[in-house]
Write a protein of this length. Structure first.
Length: 255
């Protein structure tokens, strides 16, 4: 299950940024902070993968513990007041925990072999596909082909769709723990449909992230908001990557 942690729940898109003129936000702030988050995630993921290679039994336990901690972070960002004040700490915690989850997922994928492909090949394909989706969404946003207006009904609907998919994934996780049956991974039509819908939602969320970054910069946001904006961008990209893994894995399992 993807872990999407987004600043949208803190209503940054409708805040009055003019009261924070001291250190205005710039695009290079977002870029540097985003790269920092991905660096932490990569380090955490590599270390986790090495540990899991020595003790495979830790993979599931570490992923579950990290997932529970990430859920706590979601709840704090979604319902906590002034979450943006702790943006740096939240980004660091999210990146490290997400690295463990991804490390566990990728490690598990590398152990899978299909008749026509392998789990390792699927991971590589998912990385390339995620990169392609990111570039396509950026081009679509920059050219004005697709834009999501801040505070619009379309944006609200997108966020509701996101929450609905997250709740479905959490419910499926609970069912998996109880029954051992994972309805959103593997054979059948449901994992494929869920992944396709999730990828469409993820692509639109990515375009929405681009819009929120530009809105914050144009509105004179303080540099401190770079942490939450980068957090939203990183989590969207991770969402797309995991859903692409789900789609490719499910297609291979159905062959």
């Amino acid at each position: 299950m993807s872990s999407r942690l987004t600043n949208k729940y803190t209503d940054l898109s409708v805040q009055d940024y003019s009261s924070y003129p001291e250190s205005p936000l710039r695009k290079e702030h977002i870029l540097n902070t985003t790269l920092f988050g991905f660096m932490l995630m990569a380090i955490s993921g590599v270390i986790s993968g090495l540990v899991f290679n020595v003790n495979p039994g830790l993979a599931v336990l570490a992923a579950m513990a990290s997932g529970i901690a990430l859920t706590g972070i979601w709840l704090f960002v979604a319902f906590g007041r002034g979450a943006e004040k702790y943006g740096k700490a939240i980004l660091i915690a999210f990146s490290l925990l997400e690295g463990v989850v991804l490390g566990s997922l990728i490690f598990s994928m590398t152990l899978v072999e299909f008749e026509h492909t392998s789990g390792a090949a699927i991971v590589g394909q998912a990385i390339l596909a995620t990169t392609a989706i990111f570039i396509a969404c950026l081009v679509a946003y920059k050219t004005g082909t697709i834009r999501i207006r801040q505070g619009s009904k379309a944006q609200a609907f997108l966020h509701v769709a996101l929450m609905g998919m997250v709740f479905i994934a959490i419910a499926n996780f609970g069912i998996t723990l109880i029954s051992g049956n994972n309805f959103l991974w593997g054979q059948g039509w449901l994992p494929v449909v869920f992944a396709v819908v999730a990828l469409v939602v993820g692509a639109l969320l990515l375009i929405d992230d681009f819009g929120q970054i530009d809105y914050a910069i144009e509105s004179g946001a303080n540099e401190e908001y770079k942490w939450m904006l980068s957090l939203s961008l990183i989590s969207t990209i991770v969402w797309i990557f995991v859903e692409m893994l789900r789609l490719l894995y499910s297609i291979a399992a159905n062959r």
